[in-house]
Design a protein around this ligand. Structure first.
Ligand SMILES: [Zn+2]
Ligand SMILES: [Zn+2]
Length: 412
C-alpha cells in the first residue's frame, strides 16, 4: 500500500467540466463582489446564517445514521446540504460510506495516499480510472426524501445554492450583494471547508484513538467544518453522533443535534460505549509511552548477568568496589564521588549486603536512586532473591510490553 508521503496524483482521463465551472466560476463571482459590490450588514449577517444552514449537511444523519430526525428536520437538513452545491445527498452519502469502508485505498474516493491536491479538489475536478468501492446503501435507496431530492437535484441546488440566497437580500434591495456574498462567497468558503475534511483532516493533527490509518484530530479542521475535524475519533466510531467527546472540543454539529433532541426533533442519538473509546485512547497512549520507553537505556536483563556465588563475590570485592543490594551485585566504581551520602559509606561496605540499609535501614533511597543503581548491576548472587518491590527498579514497575507481537495465536 502507498504511504501518506508518496503523493501519487492518479493519471487524469478527463475533466469534469460542470464541476470546474462551479468551483472556478463561483469564487470569481465572490471575488467580483469583494472588489466592486458594497457590503450591506444585513446581507452579510444573512450570509453567515445561510452558511451555517449549508454546513450542517448530510454527514451524520445520512452517511452514518447516527441519530433519527423527524421529517421536518430531515427536510431542513437535506435542503441545507443541497444549498452547499456538493452533489445530492444520495451521491454524497454513498461516496462518504466508501471513504469510510475503503479508507486509504484505491477504492476510497478521496484516498489520502494520493496527496492533498487530489483529496482536496482533484477527485472532484478530474476523471481517472479510480472507482469508488461498493458499500451498502440500501437504506438510502429506500428513503423517499433522499431519492426525491436526488432526482430533482439540479433545480433544487440551483434554487437553494444560488437563487434563494440572492432573492432574500432582494427584500432589502441587495440582490447583487446576495448573489455575490450569500451565494458565491458562502459557497466558496463552504466548499473548501468541507473539502478540508478530506484533505487536511487526513494529514494534519494527532491520532489519539488509532494510528493504523490516516484520519487525524485537529482543532483547525474542527473550526473549518463545524466540528467534523476530530476525524481520528470519527473514523474509529463513525456511528457516534459526536465527533468530539471532550468538553473543550469544538463540535457545534453535535450541539445542534443535542439541541434538536431537547426540542423533540431528533431521537436515538447513538454513542459508542465509553469503555471501548477509553480502550482506544489507552492503546495509543501506551503505544506512545512504549516509543519513549524504547528510546531509553535500561539495566541489563537478569538472564544476561552472571550468577555469582557468595565466595566469588567476596573475592571479587577485594579487587573492585562491589556492593550487594536486593540480590544484585553492583559495581559502584564510577559512582563513588557522586554518592550524595558520601563515598565513605560506599567504600566501607564493599563485599557487604546493604539491602536493608538501602531500602530504609539507613536511608530510604528515592526512585531515582533505585533506577540509577540498577544501571550498575554486574551480577546476580546465587539464592539472592528479593521481593519485586525491592528488585524491580520503579521505572520498570509499569513496563509496557507488547503481547503476542510475534506469536501466531490462531487456533489450529
Ligand atoms: Zn475521512
Ligand atoms: Zn463520516
Amino acid at each position: 500500500m502507498a504511504t501518506r508521503t508518496e503523493h501519487k496524483f492518479p493519471p487524469i482521463e478527463g475533466v469534469r467540466w460542470f464541476n470546474v465551472c462551479v468551483l472556478v466560476g463561483t469564487p470569481l463571482i465572490a471575488l467580483y463582489g469583494l472588489l466592486f459590490v458594497p457590503f450591506d450588514r444585513r446581507t452579510i449577517m444573512f450570509a453567515v446564517a445561510y452558511y451555517l444552514f449549508s454546513m450542517i449537511g448530510f454527514h451524520r444523519l445520512w452517511s452514518h445514521r447516527s441519530y433519527n430526525a423527524c421529517f421536518p428536520l430531515q427536510v431542513f437538513l437535506i435542503l441545507g446540504g443541497i444549498s452547499s452545491v456538493q452533489g445530492s445527498c444520495y451521491w454524497w452519502a454513498r461516496g462518504h460510506r466508501s471513504h469510510h469502508r475503503w479508507t486509504d485505498t484505491d477504492k476510497d474516493p478521496y484516498d489520502s495516499t494520493r496527496g492533498l491536491a487530489w483529496t482536496h479538489i482533484g477527485w472532484i475536478l478530474f476523471k481517472s480510472q479510480l472507482r469508488r468501492g461498493v458499500v451498502d446503501s440500501s437504506d438510502l435507496s429506500k428513503d423517499p426524501l433522499v431519492q426525491w431530492t436526488h432526482h430533482h437535484y439540479f433545480p433544487l441546488t440551483a434554487l437553494f445554492g444560488y437563487v434563494l440566497p440572492a432573492l432574500i437580500p432582494a427584500l432589502w434591495n441587495d440582490a447583487l450583494g446576495g448573489f455575490c456574498f450569500s451565494a458565491a462567497l458562502r459557497l466558496t468558503v463552504a466548499h473548501h471547508c468541507t473539502f478540508a475534511i478530506n484533505s487536511i483532516a487526513h494529514y494534519l493533527g494527532s491520532t489519539p484513538y488509532d494510528d493504523a490509518l490516516s484520519p487525524r484530530d485537529h482543532f483547525l479542521s474542527a473550526i473549518l467544518t463545524m466540528g467534523e475535524g476530530y476525524h481520528n475519533f470519527h473514523h474509529q466510531f463513525p456511528m457516534d453522533y459526536r465527533n468530539a467527546i471532550l468538553w473543550y472540543q469544538w463540535d457545534p454539529t453535535k450541539w445542534f443535534i443535542a439541541s434538536c433532541k431537547f426540542l423533540g426533533l431528533a431521537s436515538n442519538l447513538r454513542v459508542f460505549p465509553s469503555n471501548e473509546i477509553a480502550k482506544g485512547a489507552l492503546t495509543m497512549k501506551l503505544k506512545n509511552l512504549k516509543k519513549v520507553q524504547e528510546s531509553l537505556v535500561w539495566p541489563p536483563e537478569i538472564e544476561d548477568l552472571p550468577i555469582v556465588s557468595w565466595e566469588s563475590f567476596q573475592e571479587e570485592s577485594k579487587r573492585r568496589p562491589l556492593i550487594l543490594v536486593s540480590g544484585f551485585i553492583h559495581d559502584v566504581s564510577e559512582f563513588l564521588d557522586q554518592h550524595p551520602g558520601g563515598a565513605a559509606y560506599l567504600t566501607k561496605n564493599f563485599g557487604i549486603d546493604v539491602t536493608g540499609s538501602f531500602h530504609g535501614g539507613v536511608y530510604r533511597h528515592s526512585n531515582a536512586a533505585h533506577n540509577l543503581m540498577s544501571m550498575m548491576r554486574v551480577g546476580v548472587l546465587v539464592g539472592g532473591g528479593c521481593p519485586p518491590s525491592q528488585s524491580i527498579p520503579p521505572s520498570q514497575a509499569l513496563f509496557v510490553a507488547a503481547r503476542h507481537a510475534d506469536k501466531d495465536i490462531s487456533i489450529k
